[in-house]
Structures are given as C-alpha cells and as structure tokens.
Write a protein that binds this ligand. Structure first.
Ligand code: XUL
Ligand code: CO
Length: 437
C-alpha cells in the first residue's frame, strides 16, 4: 500500500512541554491519568473525514489549492479507496481513537440509490478491515442530506414528499452502516432543514415533517437493534437563512414537542454556537443542565468573520471552560471531541493536517488539566453554592418544595420588607479562572 503521509514516519509521540519538536504532543499524554481516567479516555478525540480528507481548500471565490496523492486515481471508487487507506494511515500516525463520516464522504454517490448503496457497501467493507487492523473506532456516522441538488429545499422539510422519501432511504442506509461499523452514535445535522424565505414556506408543516422523520428514524433504529446514541447538531443558519435546529434550546423544545427527547442528545459545535450569538460554553451548559449533552464538534470561528470558518480550536481559556462543563457533567459517555475543522486554504501540505490536529489536541489536553484542577479546587462550585444558599433552607426551601403560593409570598414580603442583596463578584471569579490557565 502506498504511504500517503511520508513526512511522519512514526506515530506522533508525547514529548512534554519543554520539547521544541513541532510534530510532537507537548501536553496530550494519552496515558496520563487525570481524576481517575486517562487523557485519551476523557477526551475521545475524533478526526472528521469530510474536512480532513475530502476538502481541498475551495471557497466561494476559488477552487481547491491542496494536491493530495490519494485524489489522483480518476475512477471515483479507486479514489475513494485510496482516500480511505490514507485516512486510516493518518488516524494511526496521529494516534486518535475515533473517526466520523457522512455516507458520501467515504463513497461516491451513484446514478441511483441502489448504486450509491453498493458503493457504500464496498467502502464499509474496507473501513471494517481498517478498523480491525488499527483499533480506530467510529464515534458517529451521518448522511449528507444537503449537497445534492435534490435537497436544495431541505430533506425531511422538503415541499416534495419524494425528496422526504429519498432522504429517509439515505438515512436508513447510513444508520445500517453505522451499526455495521460499531458506531457509538449517529448525528442528524439539518443541513438545509430551514428556509431561505418565509414567502414560500409552510413552517408548521415542515416542522411536523421533521418531527415525523426523526420519529421514523428512532423506530427503525429500534427495529434493527442499533444501540448507538442519536444526536441533533444545532446550527442557526448557513446554508439556509434560518435553520430549525437553531441552538440547543430550540432543539430541546422541538424534541419535547414531538415526544423525542428521550431518544436524542445534542452534538454541540463551537462555531455553530457563536453563529447563534451564544458562546460555546453557553450551549454546553444549556445541554448539560437539561441532561442533553452528548458529543462535541470541536472547532472555532473567527471574531471578525460571520460564517462557519471551522478552524481548529486553539483557545486555552475556551478549552478549559468546555472541559470544566464536560467533567462536571460526568464526562463523555457515547460522545467525544470530534474536530469538525479544516486547515486554511493556504495550508496546502499534508503535514499541515498534522500540525492542526496536534495543536488542537494539545489545546484540549491543557483545557482538561486546567479544568480538573479548577474543579478539584471547588472554588467556583463553592461560590455558586453560597450564592444560592438561600434556597437550601427557610424561605427558599419552602418555595422549591411548592409550599408557598403567591399569597404566602406576599405575606412574607410584607412582614420582612426589602430583600438583602449580594455582589456577583464577576471580576474576582474571572481572576480565579485566569490563575488556572
Ligand atoms: C456543518 C456541520 C456538519 C455536521 C455533520 O456545519 O457541522 O459537518 O457536523 O453533518
Ligand atoms: Co459539525
């Protein structure tokens, strides 16, 4: 088999923070134990197939810039096979435990659904062989329901029932192969489930269709005995003007309305959070507070660019806060940290893929170490506990237990007068956080 990443001859090693080696981990030490688990077990890093192996740097103003030897075969299936060989070589050399894919990242779409499915089957066979040989596991699978022109007006929310049927057929197949590959989860990202203009949109009907579609997916999952976790990945806009899975709260409300909330968790993506005018941390916290935190698409946006730039995460403060919430919520169960991120258009060499992933893995390793220390110190926990202590006894406890109605609350206030107020101490808390970065 040809070698696709000859610039890295040995798997990337942990060399420690003092090392000057660029192709080495300075902080990610997979075997190091933190709060009873290894770093690898906490972080569960995953490489995404689409950006890392399928994108070559094209943007709305120009074509790809990156020449990859695995893209050289002209026959689409030969190219797909070379790409998969390259992908598993990359996973092994980088030392990640997981990968994620869309159906048509790994296999070219055929002229018909049947041909597409045959292509997928051939590639799944090869993926299975590589998984066995390398030990790399599938974090989640998904179906691309947004690139083909048939999906221009959405998939489950398409005005045409025939498109709904096509989308269902693709999801059916994608769930089957995710199961076949032992996938720990399956993601629904509603790529065009939304609208470009309300002037042509029956929103009520589209939402009902999306609810039905996801319900049918749950039925099929149970029918075939797929034990993986279903996730919805919120995103507020792009490619459509408005996407129904706007943010964690909108997804949560939607799942409750259609009685699906017990069957799904959320896959929170950092750059989608910021597009929704939230912080990544807000979305994680909302998901955790509602027992909906499932998995993470780790990346970042650019403060000055208004679209999904999908850059590799490098901000230690953000990684620390993210890991703080994830640790406090009990850590990942089925999910992990999937790098839904791509190298910049000028980063044209395959070695740039290593630099990008190494940097992001080191950033989250530092985040994990900082978060574990901050959590163990209980400094923020204790402050919050004290801030809400009024609810643990007396009046607060009575309100929480439902023992005080509005009349009783009025009597209390008339008797006790003006409430005592306390400082929020934001600046002091920010200083504490900085001590841990
Ligand atoms: C798009 C996005 C997708 C999903 C999977 O913004 O994040 O790649 O993660 O379909
Ligand atoms: Co994503």
């Amino acid at each position: 088999m040809p070698e696709y990443f000859p610039e890295v001859s040995e798997p990337i090693q942990y060399a420690g923070p003092k090392s000057n080696k660029a192709l080495a981990f300075k902080h990610y030490n997979p075997k190091k134990k933190i709060l009873g688990k290894t770093m690898a077990e906490h972080l569960k890093f995953s490489v995404c197939y689409w950006h890392t192996f399928m994108s070559t740097g094209s943007d709305p103003f120009g074509p790809g810039t990156m020449l990859r030897t695995y893209n050289e075969p002209e026959d689409p299936m030969e190219q797909a096979k070379a790409t998969m060989d390259a992908a598993f070589e990359f996973f092994s050399k980088l030392g990640v435990g997981y990968w994620c894919f869309h159906d048509h990242d790994i296999a070219p779409e055929g002229e018909t659904l049947a041909e597409s499915n045959r292509n997928i089957d051939a590639m799944v066979k090869l993926a299975k062989k590589h998984q066995r040989a390398t030990g790399v596991k599938l974090l989640w699978g998904t179906s691309n329901l947004f690139s083909n022109r048939r999906f221009m007006a959405g998939a489950a929310t398409n005005p045409s029932p025939e498109v709904y049927a096509y989308a269902a057929s693709k999801v059916k197949k994608a769930i089957e192969v995710t199961k076949e590959l032992g996938g720990a989860g399956y993601v629904f990202w509603g790529g065009r489930e939304g609208y470009d203009t309300l002037l042509n949109t029956d929103m009520e009907r589209e939402l009902d269709h999306l609810g039905r579609f996801l319900g049918q997916a749950v039925e099929y999952k149970e029918k075939i005995g797929f034990k993986g976790q279903f996730y919805i990945e919120p995103k507020p806009k792009e490619p459509t003007k408005h996407q129904y899975d706007f943010d964690a709260a909108a997804c949560h409300a939607f799942l409750q309305k259609y009685d699906l909330v017990d069957h799904f968790k959320l896959n929170i993506e950092s750059n989608h959070a910021t597009l929704a005018a939230h912080t990544f941390i807000h979305e994680l916290e909302y998901a955790a507070a509602n027992d909906m935190l499932g998995s993470v698409d780790a990346n970042r946006g650019d403060l000055l660019i208004g679209w999904d730039t999908d850059q590799f995460p490098t901000d230690i403060r953000e990684c620390t806060l993210a890991m703080y919430i994830i640790l406090r919520a009990g850590g990942f169960k089925t999910g992990g940290l999937n790098f839904d991120a791509k190298v910049r258009r000028q980063s044209i060499d395959t070695v740039d893929l290593f630099h990008a992933h190494i940097g992001a893995m080191d950033a989250f390793a530092r985040g994990l170490e900082n978060a574990a220390k901050l959590l163990s110190s209980k400094k923020l926990e204790k402050f919050i506990q004290k801030r809400y202590a009024g609810w643990d006894k007396g009046l607060g406890a009575k309100i929480e237990s439902g023992a005080m109605d509005f009349e009783a609350l009025e009597s209390y206030t008339l008797e006790h007068g003006e409430p005592k107020v306390q400082s929020g101490r934001q600046e002091m808390l920010e200083n504490i956080l900085n001590e841990y970065l």
